[in-house]
Design a binder for this molecule. Structure first.
Ligand code: HPA
Length: 278
């Protein structure tokens, strides 16, 4: 069995062979937020199944392809869909797309997800910049032997979510007349939604949002020194906050509803992130 580094290198080369573009920003589009990838110029669409060693997405609402294309003038690599621990993948498999991004030469990622709102100042459809996370998934994509070619054994997580990028996103949101909250994201295994008691516990420990993704990707990205901007769409208020059951359909519908403002924000932030890399 080849090591993760070699597998990521092989996957990265196979992706880059399919396009003349050389993206330096990677995006991951979460549940109901995948539409942005359909709007890219000069797209090369590569199903996950055609990328060597890449995990395939099984979740509904995740198209499961990487799209390389241009958002305005900015070349980007977009994961339209992602894989999750609850699908039965290992933490390393969940983080593998970040490893491939890294080997493609990408130095900045924008991660998006659907999340339940714990903070009662949020409303369904709110967009929230992730300021920090609490990994409650019980494991870590860096567990196991360390490969120094990716990064150090004990990566710092103090500045996991770039303060610069958050400031840029806030500025651009302001120009668009959009409200952008900031909050702490708790990552749980799922796939069952939380109980009201669990949501109460998450609030007490300092979480504003809850979801089933993103934390592993951020850990792997920081291990490689890739900078991170992460945005949650509050697709529903978390369990027990409103007296109504949660459903995946609601998650998808809210994603669709915020689609245009969400895409406008991404479009505005991308050139800022691009320029800050020069
Ligand atoms: N909980 C966990 N994950 C989620 C939620 C939620 O309420 N909404 C969207 N993803």
């Amino acid at each position: 069995m080849e090591d993760q580094f070699t597998l990521a290198e092989t996957a990265a080369q196979s992706v880059l062979q399919r396009t003349g573009l050389r993206p330096r920003i990677g995006l991951v589009l979460g549940s109901g937020l995948g539409g942005f990838a359909d709007s890219l110029g000069e797209p090369a669409r590569i199903p996950f199944a055609e990328i060597p060693a890449f995990p395939r997405s099984t979740a509904i609402g995740h198209a499961g392809q990487m799209v390389i294309g241009k958002a305005g003038a900015v070349p980007v690599a977009v994961m339209q869909g992602r894989v999750h621990l609850y699908e039965g993948y290992s933490p390393q498999q969940v983080a593998f797309p970040m490893r491939v991004f890294g080997r493609m030469g990408i130095r900045a990622v924008i991660l998006t997800n659907a999340a339940g709102g714990i903070n009662v100042n949020y409303q369904q459809g709110a967009l929230v910049l992730i300021r920090d996370h609490i990994n409650l998934q019980g494991t870590n994509p860096l567990a196991g032997p360390n490969d120094d070619r990716f990064g150090v054994r004990f990566p710092d997580m103090t500045h996991a979510y770039s303060k610069d990028y958050r400031a840029m996103a806030q500025e651009e949101a302001g120009k668009l007349g959009m409200r952008l909250h900031e909050g702490v994201y708790a990552a749980l295994l799922g796939p069952s939604y939380e109980t009201p008691a669990e949501i109460n516990y998450l609030r007490i420990i300092g979480a504003d949002l809850v979801g089933m993704s993103t934390a592993f990707e951020v850990i792997a990205a920081r291990n490689m020194g890739i900078k991170v901007l992460a945005i949650s769409c509050v697709t529903n208020m978390a369990a027990g906050i409103l007296d109504q059951p949660l459903s995946h359909q609601e998650v998808m519908e809210t994603g669709e509803r915020v689609r245009s403002s969400f895409e406008a924000l991404l479009r505005a932030v991308l050139p800022r992130v691009e320029r800050s890399q020069l």
